[in-house]
Design a protein around this ligand. Structure first.
Ligand code: PBG
Ligand code: ZN
Length: 326
């Protein structure tokens, strides 16, 4: 006999009561803002499929980070767009490249901002693959030293966290060993441990010019049908020394976020990816959904599923909404 003894609506009647019994909260500390950075000055070049997202030159990226800081954002993740690409990703560990330059400037000017960097070769290779390619095959073990070199380059510039997104086997161990050898034992690794081969990355690849020129990423990124494999991937990366793990994409993988969270005891990050952002923005621009409301509900769902942190292109907008709520 529950009704009329129990009336779940009682706790929903007033705004404040409803608020204090809320089980999950989103706050600005949860948000990590992704930025695309390239050479040049005064550039903020918009990404057609991602309204509100720009490819910045280093000076403009620094300005964007100042703004993020004013919004209360504590962490950014940087993606480099090099001037030159070749088959061995020569510019992936360039001490004078846009990522290294921006890290140094950020650390000098906004020392409290947590600076994370994406570590992968696909934006630096002319074929757009995440590793060294021989006879049409992505060579796992040959790629590892290049990823390690890239991570050390970012650490040397001052990155707090390096985030390998390539999905090569053994890359966390290789990066950890290289960092430690060069004295960067305090640089953290956020591993893109559970990264699916997803059609949701399309707009990102437009922004980064990193779409593979032949083939796909199915030999290293995971099959969207697999959940147990996600648990295995996260466990392997933690064994190899990952300080935090990631599930990517987020919105279609809330079950994976939940399951990985249950199985690990390190902080877990969800990546609200480019395609998720593009879908929301397109529907909102057409007036078909309330963009702000859907954004906040979407981000909250990722936290409810178990994400401790969320990488999202919506970070500044979400921070604005959170501020309005207070
Ligand atoms: C690089 C990388 C990608 C994303 C993050 N790092 C693209 C890919 O794997 O092709 C996707 C991010 C997004 O879609 O927002 N490997
Ligand atoms: Zn890649």
């Amino acid at each position: 006999m529950s009704f009329p003894l129990h009336r779940p609506r009682r706790l929903r009647t007033s705004g404040s009561l409803r608020q204090i019994v809320r089980e999950t909260h989103l706050c600005t500390d949860d948000l990590i803002w992704p930025l695309f950075v390239m050479n040049g000055t005064g550039i903020s070049d918009d990404v057609a499929s991602m309204p509100g997202v720009f490819r910045y030159s280093v000076d403009m990226a620094l300005e964007a980070c100042r703004e993020a800081d004013r919004f209360g954002i504590r962490a950014v993740i940087l993606f480099g767009l090099p001037d030159h690409k070749d088959d061995v990703a020569s510019y992936s560990a360039d001490e004078q490249g846009p990522v290294a330059q921006l890290i140094r400037k950020l650390k000098a000017e906004l020392p409290k901002m947590v600076v994370m960097t994406d570590v992968c070769l696909c934006a630096y290779t002319d074929h757009g693959h995440c590793g060294i390619v021989r006879d049409g095959v992505i060579c796992n073990d040959e790629t590892l030293p290049l990823l390690a070199k890239m991570a050390v380059c970012h650490a040397r510039a001052g990155a707090d966290v390096v985030a390998p997104s390539d999905m090569m086997d053994g890359r966390v161990a290789a990066i950890r060993a290289a960092l430690d050898k060069d004295g960067f034992e305090n640089t953290s690794i956020l591993s893109y441990s559970v990264k699916y081969s997803s059609a949701y990355y399309g707009p990102f690849r437009d922004a980064a010019g990193s779409a593979p020129s032949f083939g796909d990423r199915k030999t290293h990124q995971m099959d969207p049908g697999n959940l147990r494999e996600a648990i295995r991937e996260a466990a392997l990366d933690i064994e190899e020394g990952a300080d935090m793990v990631m599930v990517k994409p987020a919105l279609s993988y809330l079950d994976v976020i939940h399951a990985v969270k249950e199985s690990v005891n390190v902080p877990m990050v969800a990546y609200n990816v480019s395609g998720e952002y593009a879908m929301l923005k397109a529907a909102a621009a057409n007036g078909w959904i309330d963009g702000e409301a859907v954004m906040m509900e979407t981000l909250l769902s990722m936290k409810r599923a178990g994400a401790d942190l969320i990488i999202t292109y919506h970070a500044l907008e979400a921070a604005t909404c959170l501020r309005k709520d207070i």
